[in-house]
Design a protein around this ligand. Sequence first.
Ligand code: NAD
Length: 678
Amino acid sequence: MSLVESLRDGELLLLQFANPPVNGLSHALRSSLYAALEQADADASVAAVVLYGGPKAFSGGADIREFGQPQALAEPNLPGLCARLDAMSKPVVAAVDGLALGGGLELALSCHHRVVVGTAQIGLPEVNLGLLPGAGGTQRFPRAVGLATALQMVPSGQPRRAAQLAALPGQLLVDELAESATLLDQAKALARRVASQRPLARLRDRTVEAAPAELAAAEAQAAALPYPAPLACVQAVRGALELPFDEGIAAERAGFQRLMASPESAALRHAFFAERAAAKVPGIEADTPRRAIRRVGVLGAGTMGSGIATACLMGGLLVDLVEPDAAALARGVAALDKHLQAQVSKGRLSAEKAAALRANLRPGGDDAVLADADLLIEAVFEDMALKQSVFRRLDALAKPGAILATNTSTLDVDAIAAVTLRPADVLGLHFFSPAAVMKLLEVVRGAATAPGVLASALGFGKQIGKTCVVAGVCDGFIGNRMIDRYLEQALFLLDEGCSPQQVDQAIEAWGFAMGPFRMIDLAGNDVSWRIRQQRAKDGTLRRAQPLADRLCELGRFGQKSGGGWYDYEGREAKPSKAVAALIAAHREQLGRAPRAVAAEEIVDRLLLALAVEGERLLAEGVALRASDIDLVYLAGYGFPRWKGGPMFEAQRRGSEALAARRREFAALAHDDPQFWMP
Ligand code: NAD
């Protein structure tokens, strides 16, 4: 079947994309379109062509199913198709609704006229994959909307509404705005009007006006970013101003190929596919029955409960927030209100919408209301006996078919499920703090969790805008089990001669949003201190951390107490003399003379600690695939997206280099040889 349907309407040829869901420009579609254009050109009875998609999309761009496959670049490729449009002897009118993104927009820009629905999303998002638009977008788009707008949109990849772009003075992107219902009629009327007009209105024949201040600003902004695509986008757009069209196209092509071969683009494309792969879970099929989740009950209105309730409200769900301690409930609700208000003042939410969402909250102290909930999320203190008693109570209260979830960070989800009569309905939903903001949600599959329960939980996560990764049961799941090893290395580095700021600076310069010591100061050193104390009691503590314990004994919990590994004035971290003295005393006790540690060693010890533990999680089946682990770190731990994630980085280095580095670290007397050896 052709992916471009063709229909005659008098002297017009109507060509409609038919490649759901978003008319991705697959090889089959491109071939059909190319053939249809050839035919239209050759057929004397055709006076003009109208090219259109559906209400959902004109075209969302390249077909991601072909990404990385030979078909993606096979002839006719997208640049060739755009050149074919340039060579037409009769006008082609694009009728754009829904989306015109990436290659979809480049195709529309190669048509002679465009009728566009005002709400359509227009953009060139290639930079998000570390690329630049490679089918003339950097040359035609500035000619259509002006240099200044192109310099905002191409290096950022941010789409805009067509109506906004149509309002730009002198723009040539939109010939006419239309309503969805009348789009095709309007496009046909325009096609008839311009059928005999010559010369054809080609964007390639237009020139671009200079905007030196905007160009300099865009160049400076892009040059400050740690990956090459944004600056390459600016430079390609600059070509539209400075070069004849064909030379600009050649420069764009060269830039595209350079970026395609860059490690940063490889990493960003990996991240893109990691997001898609994470949704595919063994045992869950398209027809696995999902349970409807409309009303969520949240138990505990502390830091996490309040944040989880906020996230659920923002996702449009009805929420019961149950907390026996009235003061804690008031604090939790106040935090929730503060978050909603902040969304309003930042312009992300209208006051009316915020009020409507807030009206979906029922806060209270009586858990009887939870009988109505489709999903219950427990966020009480981290204590097994308490969690088990809460789950016995939930089991008695919840309606049949309700899903019971725990937000535990360290406890055994199976042991919690085991106290209920419905372990198949129990799973972990591990949110990250602050839960209303952080994207990551680890969905923890228990030994007995039913596929439909897992599928429903993933649907819930998506509804509230989270990036979901499925994990198996273990202490710390994926993210925290790995971060423990990373933090352990950070502490070894202090023992050996580094300062907290030296460690943080090294990994931040490599690309992390925040080094380990600033991170733990933000999260609160007391949290892991309490966990260590609990593990020492249970006999499950892997390794004592006397220096970190000492810090907490001094009340240096982190930002919240004005001091942790750093001193704080507000949020600003300052090197601490007290901590330097503490570390020096600790080294003396260990009998260690400090050595100079190179930034490269700091980075490698931290990164490879993540990758080594990640490998173990894969071997144990806790993580389903390496890209899931990468996604956890990208979405939840400030790992730089343009480096792809810890597993991707380790793979990039190659197994031999990795093994050699592991042997070196295993030989460090003070480190943990067993950890590093396979
Ligand atoms: P918190 O101390 O801030 O809040 C816990 C709340 O639960 C308190 O307000 C307490 O009054 C309430 N509570 C106690 N018993 C209850 C009961 N029977 N019914 C209803 N409410 C009850 O703790 P938190 O930081 O929000 O952590 C909650 C859970 O989330 C823990 O299991 C923790 O391990 C996990 N978690 C915490 C973080 C984090 O960064 N804080 C991140 C992920 C997961």
